[in-house]
Design a protein around this ligand. Structure first.
Ligand SMILES: CC(C)(COP(=O)(O)OP(=O)(O)OC[C@H]1O[C@@H](n2cnc3c(N)ncnc32)[C@H](O)[C@@H]1OP(=O)(O)O)[C@@H](O)C(=O)NCCC(=O)NCCS
Length: 233
């Protein structure tokens, strides 16, 4: 697949004539999807944390949503605990997401999904989501998995995996989870509505209501292999 190329033309009209400068902001390059690796992040991936946080901040600025601010330490810990998934193109950061448990491990969320702008539209978010979703189910098979999102792409991916829209009272009542909404521009609405609803859509995947396997056997095997090799339960 080819990257888009932004051609910038600066034109200067003066008595001497027209002068112009042409520059290409992004080198034309071929990104082969098979060269993008999806991995359960490990401690050595901490070198990517600051890039991940910058990319999340930039995306939130563009979307005007505000963010659940995560510290370097928080994300690095997710990597150490085998709760994060990375997409890498060689040694370049392409995408990220992580999982977290809430309410005594009765609930799990997949959060912080981000794909670097250079790699969007290639199906990477979908692959990352398959990994975080599988990681969550292998580690906490009885937990309900939920998502709180205003993003079309995430809603689409959740729906494909079998999540259904639910009211907020079916999500965790763990204060620590809702605390994460404080950085959002709509936090006042959430509080005014007593946490019952807001701008985001709550979506839930309940293991008791699902039979059959929405992700590929390859992803399940790969995540299992990683968990066994690292001794993660
Ligand atoms: C949203 C985001 C993660 C998508 O990453 P991506 O790698 O480009 O997504 P994919 O190519 O894997 O697409 C996954 C699905 O979402 C759809 N999709 C992707 N971007 C979309 C958009 N902006 N609007 C609607 N649907 C979108 C794709 O069509 C695809 O659906 P399909 O399988 O039915 O065709 C990426 O654009 C991003 O990081 N954005 C900024 C941060 C953000 O919005 N995060 C989500 C927080 S809720």
């Amino acid at each position: 697949m080819k990257n888009e190329v932004d051609v910038i033309v600066n034109v200067d009209v003066s008595p001497q004539g027209i002068d112009y400068e042409l520059s290409i902001s992004k080198a034309m390059s071929e990104i082969k999807i098979e060269d993008i690796k999806i991995v359960v992040a490990a401690p050595e991936h901490e070198v990517y944390v600051d890039t991940i946080l910058d990319t999340i901040r930039e995306a939130a600025k563009k979307r005007g949503t505000g963010i659940a601010e995560r510290t370097h330490e928080y994300v690095a810990t997710k990597m150490k605990e085998g709760k994060a998934v990375l997409a890498l193109h060689g040694d370049k950061f392409a995408g990220f997401s992580y999982i977290e448990t809430w309410g005594n491990k009765h609930y799990v969320t997949t959060s912080g999904l981000i794909v670097h702008p250079d790699y969007q539209g290639l199906g990477i978010a979908k692959r990352i989501k398959d990994y975080t979703f599988t990681l969550a189910r292998l580690r906490w098979p009885h937990a309900k998995i939920f998502s709180l999102t205003s993003g079309d792409a995430v809603m689409k991916m959740n729906t494909a995996l079998g999540y259904v829209p639910v009211s907020f009272n079916q999500l965790t009542d763990d204060d620590a989870f809702w605390h994460g909404c404080q950085g959002c521009v709509n936090h006042d609405i959430l509080e005014a509505k007593g946490r019952k609803f807001c701008v985001c859509t709550g979506m839930l995947w309940d293991p008791e209501k699902h039979h059959g396997e929405p992700t590929s056997l390859e992803v399940i095997k790969d995540v299992m292999r990683t968990l066994v090799l690292r001794g993660i339960e």
